[in-house]
Write a protein that binds this ligand. Structure first.
Ligand code: ATP
Length: 238
C-alpha cells in the first residue's frame, strides 16, 4: 500500500535518511522505533515532501508520490498526526476538527464529527473551548480526531505518547488498536515508547542513523536481545 524504496533525505549537509526501504500493507499497524535523531520524523515527513526525498521513491497505492505537492498527497488518503500535536491553539475544538475536513466531501462532515465525538466524548464536551487550553492528553485526542476527519486510508502517528501521563498513554495505544481493528485503518506509528509500540504492531522496523537495521513482527522485536538492550530495558513500561 505504502512503500519506501531506497529513500534518502538531506537537510543541507545532514544526511538524515540513508537508503530506507520499507513497506506498509493494507490493514497493518507498522511501527518504527529508534533513538533520538535516528530519522523517524524525517521518514514520516518525506511522505509529504518536507523534506523531499533526495533519492529513491515513495509509492502510495502504486502511485509515485515523491515529487507530488503536499496538498495533492493529503487528498490521496494519508493523514499525519505530527509530533507535538500542532493543534491550532487559538481555535476552538470544533474549528480544529473543521480544519481536518478541509479536503473532505462536505456531505460527510456531520457523520465524521459524530464518529470523532463517539470516540472522544471529551471533545464534544469541550466543543467551544480554545484548543490551547485543553490538557496534553486532550490535545492528543484532538490531533487524532482532526486527522480522522479526512477519512484517511493510512493514519500516520508521530510519537503520539510523547509527554503524556501513563493513563493517557494506555488510552492512545488502545485507540490505535481500535482504529485498526474496528475501522480497518492502516497505521504507521513512530514511537520512542518501544514497549507499547511493539505490543500493538503487526510489524516493526528499527531505524538507526537513518538506516533500517532490523525488522520483524512486533513480537519478534519485543523478544530480540538487541532491541531489549537498546530500546526496552532503560524505558519505563508506562
Ligand atoms: P526524535 O525522536 O528526537 O524526534 P527522530 O528520530 O524523529 O528524533 P529526526 O527529527 O528525523 O529524528 O532527525 C534526524 C536528523 O536530522 C537529526 O540529526 C536532526 O538533527 C536532523 N534534522 C531534523 N530536522 C532538521 C531540520 N529541519 N534542519 C536540519 N536538520 C534537521
Amino acid at each position: 500500500m505504502l512503500r519506501y524504496n531506497d529513500v534518502h533525505a538531506h537537510y543541507g549537509a545532514i544526511h538524515a535518511l540513508r537508503g530506507v526501504t520499507l513497506d506498509v500493507q493494507q490493514g497493518e499497524i507498522v511501527t518504527l522505533i529508534g533513538a533520538n535523531g535516528a530519522g523517524k520524523s524525517t521518514l514520516m515527513n518525506t511522505l509529504f515532501g518536507k523534506p523531499r526525498a533526495s533519492a529513491g521513491s515513495i509509492t502510495f497505492l502504486n502511485e509515485d508520490i515523491s515529487k507530488k505537492q503536499t496538498h495533492h498527497i493529503s487528498r490521496l488518503g494519508l493523514s499525519l498526526v505530527p509530533e507535538g500535536r500542532r493543534i491550532f491553539s487559538r481555535m476552538s475544538v470544533l474549528e480544529n476538527l473543521q480544519m481536518g475536513s478541509t479536503f473532505s466531501n462536505p456531505a460527510h462532515f456531520a457523520d465524521d464529527l459524530q464518529r470523532v465525538f463517539g470516540m472522544f466524548p471529551i471533545l464534544e464536551q469541550r466543543i467551544q473551548q480554545r484548543a490551547g487550553t485543553l490538557s496534553g492528553g486532550e490535545q492528543q485526542m484532538l490531533a487524532i480526531g482532526r486527522a480522522l476527519m479526512s477519512r484517511p486510508k493510512v493514519l500516520l502517528l508521530d510519537e503520539p505518547s510523547l509527554g503524556l501521563a501513563p493513563l493517557y498513554i494506555r488510552q492512545v495505544f488502545s485507540i490505535i488498536r481500535e482504529l485498526n481493528e474496528r475501522d480497518g485503518i492502516t497505521i504507521m506509528l513512530v514511537e520512542q515508547n518501544a514497549h507499547h509500540a511493539l505490543r500493538v504492531a503487526h510489524r516493526a522496523y528499527v531505524l538507526q542513523h537513518g538506516e533500517i537495521v532490523l525488522t520483524g513482527t512486533g513480537e519478534e522485536l519485543l523478544a530480540s536481545a538487541e532491541v531489549r538492550a537498546a530500546y526496552l530495558e532503560s524505558n519505563a513500561h508506562a
